[in-house]
Design a protein around this ligand. Sequence first.
Ligand SMILES: Cc1cc2nc3c(=O)[nH]c(=O)nc-3n(C[C@H](O)[C@H](O)[C@H](O)COP(=O)(O)OP(=O)(O)OC[C@H]3O[C@@H](n4cnc5c(N)ncnc54)[C@H](O)[C@@H]3O)c2cc1C
Length: 519
Amino acid sequence: MSTHRYPRRVDVAIVGSGPTSAAYARILSELAPEARIAMFELGPNISNPPGAHVKNIDDPIERAAAQRASEGPGAGADTVDHPGAVKAGQRRARPGTFLLSEGYVAPGEDGLPVAAMSSNVGGMGAHWTGACPRPGGAERIDFLADLDDLLLEAERLLGVTTQAFESAPFSGMVRELLAEQVDSGRAAAYRVQPMPLAVHRRSDGALVWSGADVVMGEATRSNKNFTLFDNSLVLRVLTEEGTACGIEVRNQHTGARHRVDARFVVVGADALRTPQLLWASGIRPEALGRYLNDQAQVVFASRLRGVQGRGAAGNPAAGLSEQSGVSWVPYMDAEPFHGQIMQLDASPVPLAEEDPVVPGSIVGLGLFCAKDLSAQDRVVFDDQVPDYYGLPAMRIHYRLSARDHQVIERAKEQIVRLGHAVGEPLDEKPFVMPPGSSLHYQGTTRMGESDDGRSVCSPDSEIWQVPGLFVAGNGVIPTATACNPTLTSVALAVRGARRIAEKLNGSLLMSESDNRMSK
Ligand SMILES: Cc1cc2nc3c(=O)[nH]c(=O)nc-3n(C[C@H](O)[C@H](O)[C@H](O)COP(=O)(O)OP(=O)(O)OC[C@H]3O[C@@H](n4cnc5c(N)ncnc54)[C@H](O)[C@@H]3O)c2cc1C
């Protein structure tokens, strides 16, 4: 799939190769198989098939190498935690991701000290946890009448199931204990339930985590009109008379720059780098980079009471295993946080040696909070200072409002209640992770119902002022979600891709009938 003979001209140029870009490639391969599609990814290919999740790599040395290869300028930096998770109060990145080296906090503001990115084929989708809850209440985009249809399609593309960890020990028990605490008065869709996860079982029984490879699927891989170019940094989106007409790309191996003409351009370069690329291209709508929102994250851990062991303890560095169950406490408008409750094989805090951990008995509780949206929370770009990749450097402006602090305090009270409900808390107090920890940054290329200056793109994800230019990723989500956003952003990508397919098929049909008429 990967080659460096760039084409002169394609129908669709896709920037980035994470799950949302992959959704464009997949839908276009299915609906417009005659269209020539080229995907340009800044980072290297790290897995097989391209875009596959690193957790599917059995060998721990190979897995660590794939993670490091995804860390761009962060590879080898002491801000990346190998192995492990981000810890409270530390400016650390998870393996496979890297942090902004500067510009992450302005004086007197909260900033996003652990705003992170990944640079590899598959993007963050090669490193994610795969939690795919549907949005509820005010998280939903009320002007999209087809949202449920799009979410269903996104679940198909990501391979989402609630049954992956059915046999995990104690999961039922954890859910019953959580339900006793929260379910009363909640409608069925908002009650405690297994977390929908993007994971499936191979025929030999092994778990396989979905990455961009699963989203692309065989339909994309076998599409002779689709090509993926890795190590290819897109420097600019090109326009002609205000319409998108191609991209300028730099081969990261040779440094050579190329122009590729395209009828449609899709930018899915994450919620920080998509607005950066638009800015660098001179496409600067009022709302670009604004309404930036991250989900403040509160964490706590408990140990189940009175449980007997089954199986051996797993390796915490390898992520979720057969012992892990993931439960979901859905967001509600009245309680604007989303609960991701994970059973772990190892304790996140040290326990006495004579006190072995029963696999699945440590319960890690996380509540993600919906942000109080503000146009002042934004990423801006400095034309005078190039970043590591030569694009305008990012500067984050980000504050937690009084309402954000109130929601975080309520989430802390709730998580302590949940922690006591499931077992013996391992800590005295919950932790609030540094801003940016959620890895769910949204709003910077937000969708709107009309071009009113508060949105960047249409309900089809097409930039209002630039016909032919589409954006993808969590930045497109206009609401303040607390739930994990990838399912929603893949759903929005499905809508945009269908629109492009419609236009391509319409113009192909037109040119066919033109040909017939001229014969
Ligand atoms: C450890 C971890 C756990 C997570 N868990 C969850 C979870 O459980 N549920 C959930 O919903 N989300 C989770 N996420 C977030 C999830 O991975 C992202 O929401 C998702 O990957 C976003 O997809 P994307 O396609 O928009 O962008 P990304 O996956 O970030 O991909 C963007 C790609 O664009 C490339 N790119 C950037 N600039 C350029 C350029 N100029 N030229 C060419 N290429 C460029 C980048 O290199 C990158 O590969 C997690 C993330 C991590 C790291």
